[in-house]
Every structure is written in structure tokens, then in C-alpha cells.
Write a new protein. Sequence first.
Length: 182
Amino acid sequence: MAVKAYLRLGDILLKERLITDAQLQQAVQIQKDSGKRLGEVLIDLHHVTDVQLAEVLGRQLGLPYRSFSKGEMVQPNDPSFKKSLPEEVIRKELVLPLKRDQDLLTVALADPLDLLLMDNLRKMSGCKIAPVIATKSDLAEAIEAAYGKRDLLKEVVAGTYSKPSRTPVSSLNQVEILEEGK
């Protein structure tokens, strides 16, 4: 049985000549100091674009990359499909369900390595999750196209606005764990 060689992100970016060795060393040092992910640091330094990073991550992880501008992030025209995941979670976590095939839900997200998020999406949808990679900006555009633009002023006045954070999904996970332990 052949073992597939796993290349690190920096090595792939070097191999594809998207960055230089000096840029990688600079980014690695900043990563160590800041605790940010290497890809985030490289984007912050303008050494790669978010699209380049998403495409490379897709190849590294063996996952498809989807682009909103190419029409690859469109939901089915089925009102019940939009209930696959709660809209609040979709907006806060920047995830977008794209297709459902029996118990398999294809979801576009920027970070398919966020295992807590993947697990919560699985629990909320009741489906196995098939991730595809997209940029945060494409996800924001696709979510706005699918669910409409948020009217934050109305939400604040009505008292229903909540600051985007990871807390709601983490809280859902804790509630589910408590309920399962009954």
C-alpha cells in the first residue's frame, strides 16, 4: 500500500513559486509570535491572496475549491433546503450549505480544519458533512445572495442583534452534550 506524501502548506507555496523562502521564513516567525495560522499571516503580509491560499489548501487537503464569482456557490431553489442549517449559524460561522444528497450535506467553508465547527454542523444538520473550500469574502457574498443582506440597525433597535462570535456554536455543542448525558 502506497503512502501519500503530505506536504506542508509552506512547502507547497514554495514549490508552486507563490512565495519565496525569505517570505516563508518571515511568515513563520510572525506565526510563532502571534499564534495565527500560517495562511492568515501570508495573506496579511500580502504574499498570497485569499484565492491562492484557498486553492492551495484545497489541493493540500484533497478538497474542491468553490468560487462565488464563477457561480459555484449556489444553493438549490428549495425553501426547505435553506433550513439545513440555522441561518444565524450560517452567517456567524461563514458557512454555506450547497447540496444535500440523502445524509450527506456539502458545505462551503473557509476552514475545513476547524473540527469543532465541522462536528457542530454535523450535529445540527443530522448529516455527514462534505466540506468544500471557499474564501471568506466569497462566502460572505454567497450568503448575502442566498439569505439577503442583514439590516444590522433594525436588529440592534429590535434587540435581536448579537455580536458575531464562536460562542453560540460552542454553546450548542455543550447543550447537546448535556442532553445526551441524561
